[in-house]
Write a protein that binds this ligand. Structure first.
Ligand code: HEC
Ligand code: HEC
Length: 213
């Protein structure tokens, strides 16, 4: 279903052409399944990758996946050359939306890569839910929702991070901290990552990776 034509609306007796909210046309998950064949090679058929090098995409907000693909394409997200090459193969924005809709509809599966360390998980939960008033670290839960499961589809700028692979989370937090990743709006995540001390960083990544279904 494509609705990228203009819709005529009647406004005070005049017919006005309104661009048909092109940006809001959602992706088609059925079309996306086929278009995602290449992606599945690394991210898994259902977006449940089996390696911490490749983030899980299952259940991620459609809007967030599209943004990341486009940021890799434009070079705004420049923290992985392999993924930049893959993003370059996505020809049209609609393809990105369809692929994103497909992965977004998949369910995250309960397949941990390693058994979580309970002590670290408990320390990480505290960081996640309370932040650190001493250092001024704002609690992650405010933007990423309960257990990092995101807040709502209409604020899909704030990604699902609960259940993501630990080592991927560690890498990205360090990339934000050290400026290798800087595609976050208003430096939101870079500022946060700079406030995490090494112990908090390890703990919060362990906690998040344990938030599987
Ligand atoms: C050869 C392996 C490979 C393939 C194939 C691949 N990716 Fe990736 N992708 C990666 C890696 C590695 C990363 C992690 C980048 C980093 O280090 O932050 C990634 C990251 C991503 C992210 C960011 C996720 C997040 O949580 O921020 C998205 C979205 C993504 N890939 C989508 C896709 C799509 C869509 C395709 C198919 C067109 C695809 N990838 C194909 C390797 C791959
Ligand atoms: C003020 C809001 C805010 C807070 C608080 C926040 N984040 Fe984020 N976070 C974001 C936004 C926005 C993004 C998406 C950046 C982008 O568009 O690429 C993000 C992205 C991330 C990512 C990358 C996800 C991916 O796969 O691409 C990780 C990991 C992350 N945050 C972890 C954390 C942790 C851990 C905390 C707490 C210590 C935290 N965040 C607190 C707003 C926030």
């Amino acid at each position: 279903m494509k609705h990228s034509f203009a819709i005529g609306v009647i406004l005070g007796g005049m017919i006005v052409a309104v661009p048909a909210l092109a940006a809001r046309v959602p992706g088609d998950p059925a079309a996306g399944k086929d278009k995602a064949a290449l992606c599945a090679g690394c991210h898994g058929d259902t977006g449940n990758s089996q390696s911490a090098d490749f983030p899980r995409l299952a259940g991620q907000y459609e809007e967030y996946i599209v943004k990341q693909v486009r940021d890799f394409q434009s070079g705004k997200r420049a923290n992985n050359d392999t993924m930049a090459g893959m993003a370059a193969t996505v020809a049209e924005v609609q393809d990105a939306k369809d692929i994103a809709a497909y992965f977004s509809q998949q369910k995250m599966v309960k397949e941990p890569l390693a058994a979580p360390n309970a002590k670290l998980v408990a320390a990480g939960e505290k960081v996640f839910t309370e932040g650190n008033p001493q250092s001024g670290l704002y609690a992650c839960i405010n933007c990423h929702g309960e257990r990092g499961k995101g807040k709502a589809k209409n604020v899909g700028q704030f990604p699902v991070i609960g259940g993501q692979h630990r080592d991927y989370i560690l890498k990205n937090l360090k990339d934000f901290r050290e400026g290798r990743r800087s595609n976050d709006p208003g430096n939101m995540m870079s500022d946060i990552a700079k406030k995490l001390d090494p112990k908090e960083l390890d703990a919060v990544a362990e906690y998040l990776s344990a938030q599987l279904p």
